[in-house]
Design a protein around this ligand. Structure first.
Ligand SMILES: Cc1cc2nc3c(=O)[nH]c(=O)nc-3n(C[C@H](O)[C@H](O)[C@H](O)COP(=O)(O)OP(=O)(O)OC[C@H]3O[C@@H](n4cnc5c(N)ncnc54)[C@H](O)[C@@H]3O)c2cc1C
Length: 382
């Protein structure tokens, strides 16, 4: 190897953490690995749902990035403002960074203002500040009508809105006010987790029914008013609205020229390589079509698996090994069901003609496993 290779990882979320760590482990002093992340602190998103119902505090689910510096990874806290693949360079608020290999892992941006009507009239648990606001509102809630609505597709973590409804159900039962509350869930989807197929969808719908959460599929949110949501031409009053906001590709991704369907980055689904060939992209900022015409869900489990493959393939290219690992589309996800139980969805999302996903009904062991996974993530990667 003639000179030190520069590998730039954009985004220090789930995918970027794994990619940067593995690259440094595999390449050691043979490469300079730089992680660019705008935030000083990482929040483990799955735990926001527990925080929403008072079961976590922000410090227990947040970490700074000092572990990456200790691993020999250069951490740059700056916002990426431009990706110039022609020049193999990235512009940030604090300067220009050149690369030999680039991994783009900038996630999906929330776009709450896309819903007509003031977004302040609704809540969501999709970022720390919003989850804390929802937690405080729930703590003061004394009963009434709770509406959970999915504004549009795609959104992060296909299970999270369903988990949100079931956790709110469990929380209100613990507080003894579930009898005074109606919970309804509206989604444009035909079934919960449609990408996982009808068996998975019907099993989640049955869990909602078991908890007396009314489920309204194929329902499009059209607007938000104080105290009411307009859905499918009707105005539906509520006392508390939880609206999963629309998502969009980060602006810098949309402007990068890497954009594929909907502005998300188009990649080879096996190698996660974008065009040009020294650029890879993983996680929520990609769009990966599946055999059934749907897209691979935006979920941490896939960002993680893709990061492992990309790190291996970049390390092989740098060390002159031309073989390539392939991402196989397998993923497993816990579904928190409230009151100390969780289910599990697991399968091969690249299967043909459609993903093959098995579901395990909610139980205490999956809930314990979900907690163990949270602890593993926060200790292993940060
Ligand atoms: C409430 C909730 C629950 C979830 N539960 C689960 C679950 O149980 N299982 C699961 O698999 N997934 C779950 N997810 C989804 C999971 O968190 C995401 O799919 C995963 O984090 C995607 O990883 P990523 O690396 O692609 O993006 P992210 O983890 O979102 O990381 C992107 C990073 O890029 C940074 N960034 C963005 N733009 C810029 C810029 N211009 N400059 C510099 N930095 C920038 C961001 O600050 C962020 O740190 C959940 C998500 C939510 C919101």
């Amino acid at each position: 190897m003639s000179e030190l290779q520069r590998v730039l990882v954009l985004g220090g979320g789930i995918g970027g953490q794994v990619a940067a760590t593995r690259l440094k482990q595999k390449l050691g002093r043979d490469a300079r690995v730089t992680l660019v992340e705008r935030s000083e602190s990482f929040v483990f998103a799955p735990s926001l749902l527990w925080l929403m119902v008072g079961k976590r505090k922000p410090p227990t689910i947040s970490r700074d990035y000092s572990a990456f510096s200790r691993r020999g990874i250069e951490v740059v806290h700056a916002t990426v403002t431009a990706i110039d693949t022609a020049a193999s360079a990235v512009e940030t608020e604090t300067g220009r960074l050149e690369y030999d290999y680039l991994v783009v892992a900038l996630g999906a941006a929330l776009d709450p203002d896309r819903i007509p009507g003031p977004a302040e009239h609704t809540h969501h648990p999709y970022d720390l500040a919003s989850a804390e606001r929802l937690r405080d509102t729930l703590a003061g809630f004394e009963g009434g009508h709770v509406t959970v609505a999915i504004a549009s597709l795609p959104y992060k973590c296909p299970a999270a809105p369903y988990e949100t409804a079931m956790l709110i159900d469990g929380y209100l039962r613990e507080r003894g006010i579930r009898g005074k509350t109606r919970i309804a869930l509206y989604t444009p989807e035909p079934l919960p987790l449609p990408v996982a197929g009808p068996v998975a969808g019907h099993s989640v719908a049955a869990e909602l029914a078991r908890r007396d959460i009314s489920f309204h599929p194929r329902s499009q949110l059209e607007g938000v008013e104080p105290g009411a949501l307009r859905i499918g031409g009707e105005t539906l009053a509520h006392d508390l609205a939880v609206v999963i906001p629309p998502h969009r590709p980060p602006d810098v991704v949309a402007r990068s020229g890497l954009g594929g369907p909907g502005g998300w980055i188009a990649v080879d689904r096996s190698t996660l390589r974008a065009r040009p060939g020294n650029v890879y992209s993983i996680g929520d900022n990609t769009a990966i079509p599946l055999e059934n015409g749907m897209m691979l869900p935006k979920a941490g489990v896939f960002a993680h698996g893709e990061a492992e493959v990309v790190a291996e393939n970049i390390a092989r290219r740098i060390t002159g090994d031309l073989r390539e690992e392939a991402f196989d589309g397998h993923g497993t996800c816990f579904l928190e069901a409230g009151r100390g139980k969780a289910g599990l969805a697991s399968g091969n999302f690249f299967a043909s003609p459609a993903p093959e996903v098995s579901m395990h009904r909610p139980g205490r062991s999956w809930h314990a496993a979900k907690i163990a996974f949270e602890q593993y993530w926060l200790r292993r990667w940060l």
